[in-house]
Design a protein around this ligand. Structure first.
Ligand SMILES: [Zn+2]
Length: 433
């Protein structure tokens, strides 16, 4: 029986997903932490898969695995300057007990673009780099997106010098897998020759599935801001301190938590933008059953796809803290801990991706990302855009995470049409029936 191209493509995708899923801690599927033996083995397999697709592989100074399909200007009849390039990639590391598709789907879809070009003997006027960005997930060194941060010059010597509980220094781990750490605090030197950075990722939410769309064109990756909130009252005997005289830091903190939750809900609704705020970490002192709490330290994690929503929140947050000082007779201090600004996606690329979905007969909507991605860092130095594909029940970072082979194939068509358009080729559908 003749195998139809569609079957061949989805079968190839399925085989790659299954193969990568096999590189896991045996008793904790699917766990492939960056720099683990499972990660190293998966990287070797991926480098072989890149090479089999005709890509020339290398590991850059930041430990990213890059497979290059070199430009052929003569055959491509392109008019773009030599040395230009387009990057497509995602990541193959996972969180502990994570899924089989987060990041992985994006790397496999990027490889599908190469297979299409090879099968149709299409030459491009720019280098196409397929990238497995190093260590996207938050790791024991407290930093996510190692590879894309490195390309953006944001992997500082301080971060590289961090040592984990087993004595492993981050910089040494990058060297061990083939990086050099050179230029870690400088933007990739050929940044001005990069025409586009593209990524496909599972949505990790259920808007696409619920609304029945094939593709999400991401408008922005939210800014992530963390603040330490310190509430100081007065510890005292729980039996003898009258209610009216208390300076209970935990009661004050509870007021703040409730108010933040209400405020964030209002802003998310009123601004119609992705906006979330969470207090997920709290320490109470002295933390005794018979003691009025004297001090609370907690962390606010706020994520916003809109600068306006962020400033509206911060203004109201200040009022919440001031009110709490008056009402609960406690001191409240807020200190910024970390910030990564909102990363708007490139509007020309978004249009290109939207047209690419349409020409392939796919339905697409624009949406904001809830999570952080490598593309946020890439967008700091080059035009960048990311598309989402549906994942079942919106589940992610768990073994139940699932995206169909067909959904990944459709996403790959969109990336391929986008690359062909960037190459100045006649804009075309690549959907395989
Ligand atoms: Zn991911």
């Amino acid at each position: 029986m003749k195998v139809s191209p569609a079957t061949a493509q989805t079968a190839r995708i399925a085989a790659a997903i299954d193969k990568l899923a096999s590189f896991t801690e045996a008793d904790r599927p699917y766990t492939r932490l960056v720099f683990s033996p499972e990660f190293d083995a998966a990287r070797h397999w991926l480098a072989d898969a890149f090479a089999a697709a005709g890509l020339v592989c290398h590991i850059d100074s930041g430990g990213n695995l890059i497979g290059t399909r070199t430009a052929n200007l003569k055959k491509a009849n392109g008019d773009k300057a030599d040395g230009t390039k387009v990057l497509i990639g995602s990541h193959i590391d996972t969180v502990p007990a994570g899924g089989r598709f987060d990041g992985i789907a994006g790397v496999i879809a990027a490889l599908e673009v190469v297979h299409y070009l090879n099968e149709n003997q299409i030459e491009l006027p720019f280098d196409l780099e397929i990238v497995d960005y190093l260590g996207e997930e938050l790791n024991v060194w407290g930093t996510s997106c190692l590879g894309s941060r490195h390309m953006a010059g944001l992997l500082t010597p301080e971060i590289l010098g961090r040592v984990d509980a087993d004595g492993r220094q981050l910089g040494n781990e990058i060297t061990r897998i083939g990086g050099t750490n050179l230029g870690c605090d400088k933007v990739r030197s050929d940044a001005d020759q990069i025409l586009a950075c593209l990524e496909l990722h599972i949505e990790q939410a259920k808007i696409l599935e619920t609304q029945g769309h094939d593709i999400g064109i991401v408008t922005a990756i939210p800014g992530i801001y963390r603040y330490g909130i310190s509430v100081k009252g007065q510890a005292g005997h729980s039996g003898t301190t009258p209610m009216a005289d208390r300076q209970d830091a935990l009661v004050a903190a509870a007021d703040i938590i409730q108010a933040i939750n209400r405020l964030a809900s209002d802003i998310a609704r009123d601004e119609n933008q992705h906006f979330v705020a969470t207090i997920g970490k709290i320490d109470v002192f002295p933390n005794g059953a018979a003691i009025v709490p004297g001090q609370v330290e907690m962390t606010l994690d706020m994520r916003s796809a809109s600068a306006h929503a962020k400033s509206a929140f911060l203004a109201a947050f200040e009022t919440i803290c001031r009110d709490c000082v008056t009402r609960r007779n406690c001191a409240v201090d807020v200190a910024p801990l970390a910030a990564a600004d909102i990363a708007p996606m490139d509007s020309d690329l978004m249009q290109n991706l939207s047209d690419s979905a349409a020409i392939n007969g796919l339905s697409a909507i624009k949406l904001a990302s809830g999570a952080g991605h490598d593309t946020a860092h890439l967008s700091r130095f080059a035009p960048a855009a990311i598309i989402f594909i549906p994942c079942r029940d919106g589940l992610s970072h768990c073994p139940e995470e699932f995206a169909s082979n067909e959904a990944i194939a459709k996403g790959a068509w969109v990336l391929t049409s986008c690359v062909l358009a960037l190459a100045g080729k006649p804009f075309q559908a690549v959907a395989k029936q």
